[in-house]
Design a protein around this ligand. Structure first.
Ligand SMILES: Nc1ncnc2c1ncn2[C@@H]1O[C@H](COP(=O)(O)OP(=O)(O)OP(=O)(O)O)[C@@H](O)[C@H]1O
Length: 308
């Protein structure tokens, strides 16, 4: 089966500035595909080029078999896009916005159903400016879906939402995917990517620096880590010597605990070394690697703090 989206060697510059240097990836039908990366990595430029809203300087963007650089109009009916800064006129009411957007499409979704799905039915007659941040966000998702698209691109889906609203939005996105829509999700949030995305790319400096399923990306390393609490009065020289073990890459201390990192045999090597000095840790906790660890490794940047 042909991929629903195929980006090949995409390149986009703004004058001297290279926003996207070389990005390639493919998305299969029915996937939730994540695009992660630090600020300014080129994520928004990539999805705007994908939707045919930006003219690339090189490479191709194909959606549902259509080259969106050459013929963006040919997919407009089948592609929904929620942009970061989708602001509407202040006085436009929710239902009016939905009907306006629906009028752009030959076969729009049922607007009442969509508002119900997004929990906006009671806000139908409320002006855009009087909605809360979360409601505005949900409306922008509804507007991206009103054309009954086969592909939906959602940029910064849950930015500014409270923890409950984020979880509700995730559940909604899964329902949309289950209805057969392929979803591209641009996000800063590692927990969101881990929870929602079937596959993802990490983009940094306009290039793909990691690609795969969240679980595989997290597992694809030999690094292990654990924290331990040593008995009071343990000779600091014993701890210092742990750093000399070939299995250990780092030992750091904070809050009375030692965090040890190293290869797959680090835990047993440290326990043995301590036992040979008659030291038995009071407590040991292994640390599982997260998508955030991978993100820091491949981009050198910390992702934005999550709100939950
Ligand atoms: N219209 C433009 N003119 C000039 N430079 C631009 C323009 N749009 C984006 N850029 C620059 O291109 C780079 C990539 O921007 P882009 O918005 O694609 O990144 P991003 O990964 O989406 O970042 P963020 O997460 O902050 O939205 C940035 O350095 C940005 O400043």
């Amino acid at each position: 089966m042909d991929p629903v989206i195929e980006i090949t060697n995409l390149r986009k510059t703004y004058g001297e500035k290279t926003a996207v240097a070389d990005v390639s990836f493919a998305v299969e039908r029915g996937e939730i595909f994540g695009i992660l990366g630090p600020n300014g990595a080129g994520k928004t430029t990539t999805v705007e080029a994908l939707a045919g809203l930006r003219q690339a300087d090189g490479g191709s963007t194909v959606v549902l078999g259509v080259d969106t650089q050459r013929d963006p109009a040919a997919v407009r009916e089948r592609l929904g896009i929620q942009l970061q800064s989708s602001r509407l006129p202040a006085k436009l009411k929710v239902a009016e916005a939905m009907h306006l957007y629906a009028s752009f499409y030959a076969e729009p979704a049922d607007t009442d159903e969509l508002l119900e799905l997004l929990g906006l039915t009671e806000k139908k007659d409320t002006a855009f400016a009087d909605l809360s941040g979360g409601q505005q966000q949900r409306l922008s998702i509804a507007l991206a879906l009103v054309g009954n698209p086969q592909v939906a691109i959602l940029d910064e889906l849950t930015t500014g939402l409270d923890p409950q609203a984020r979880r509700d939005t995730w559940a909604l996105i899964e329902r949309v995917r289950d209805s057969g829509v392929t979803i591209v999700l641009v996000t800063h949030f590692m927990d969101e990517a881990e929870r929602l995305c079937d596959r993802l790319v990490v983009i940094d400096g306009g290039r793909v620096v990691a690609e795969g399923r969240p679980r595989e990306l997290v597992a694809a390393t030999d690094e292990r880590a654990f924290r331990m609490r040593l008995p009071a009065g343990t000779d600091p020289a014993v701890v210092d010597r742990l750093s000399d073990l070939p299995e250990v890459s780092s030992v750091t201390e904070d809050d009375g605990e030692h965090e040890v990192r190293g290869n797959t045999r680090v835990l047993s090597a440290v326990i043995l070394a301590l036992a040979s000095q008659d030291v038995v840790p009071d407590e040991i906790r292994t640390l599982s690697r997260t998508l955030e660890d991978l993100f820091v490794e491949v981009t050198g940047a910390r992702p934005m703090e999550t709100v939950s």
